[in-house]
Write a new protein. Structure first.
Length: 228
């Protein structure tokens, strides 16, 4: 049915990139080749701040462009139910991670038994938005890396924190403190927690999670699509 309808649907709703509106050469994708690989400036990890001890690695793919295409795309991802777009970005993110490392890095990581942990949304926000955008990104990342995604109820956001916009780093930290609770510690045993989010701003959210998921012998990885 879908196959028969497709040519007609393309005339009514031509397949275009959700980010820039360019027509798509390959059907079944949401982003054009340019948006996937060239449009956005790569995040510069060298200029990066010092991470807390709990962080084993941090990978961010693109530099956030205030007022630009990426900001618009991330906004749509959050509020306009673009699960497929999130998965596609997660897949691109997974490959950018692998490409940025030494050739045997992925194998070394596999031995640490990584577990992808999308930053949980509070249930009231989840109800409003219909899905967790970080979860969609984690699904795509999983496809690219082969790492599994944690079961949704293993970790919860128990406080619906106020918006982080306009808060200082210190205020953000306070705002997030105690926001997450591990429900089933067994899910995390002997796993390397790898936290997944859409945008890394000051790190308050991902560092808070890394703090509660790490221990004396366990660090956490952090992967985000954008770096603000
Ligand atoms: Zn595009």
């Amino acid at each position: 049915m879908k196959k028969i309808l497709k040519p007609y649907l393309d005339i009514v709703f031509p397949a275009v990139c959700v980010c820039c509106g360019a027509s798509l050469a390959v059907s079944g994708k949401h982003l054009c080749h340019w948006c996937r690989s060239d449009r956005f400036e790569k995040a510069d990890h060298d200029e990066f701040l010092i991470c807390p001890d709990s962080v084993l690695f941090l990978h961010m793919m693109w530099k956030f462009d205030k007022g630009g295409y990426l900001q618009n795309l991330m906004h749509n991802l959050k509020y306009n139910f673009m699960k497929g777009v999130g998965e596609e970005m997660g897949y691109v993110l997974g490959h950018s991670l692998i490409d940025s490392r030494e050739s045997d890095w992925l194998q070394d990581m596999d031995q640490l038994n990584p577990l992808l942990i999308p930053v949980p949304l509070h249930k009231s926000k989840l109800r409003k938005r219909g899905y967790n955008q970080a979860g969609a990104i984690a699904d795509g990342l999983s496809r690219a890396t082969g790492w599994s995604v944690v079961a949704t109820d293993s970790i919860k956001r128990v406080r619906n924190t106020k918006t982080q916009t306009g808060l200082s780093t210190e205020e953000r930290k306070k705002n997030l403190h105690g926001a997450f609770v591990v429900v089933s510690p067994a899910s995390f045993q002997n796993r390397l927690p790898v936290i997944v989010d859409d945008v890394f701003t000051t790190g308050a959210t991902t560092y808070e999670l890394a703090g509660i998921l790490s221990g004396p012998d366990q660090k956490a990885g952090i992967i985000t699509v954008a770096m603000a």
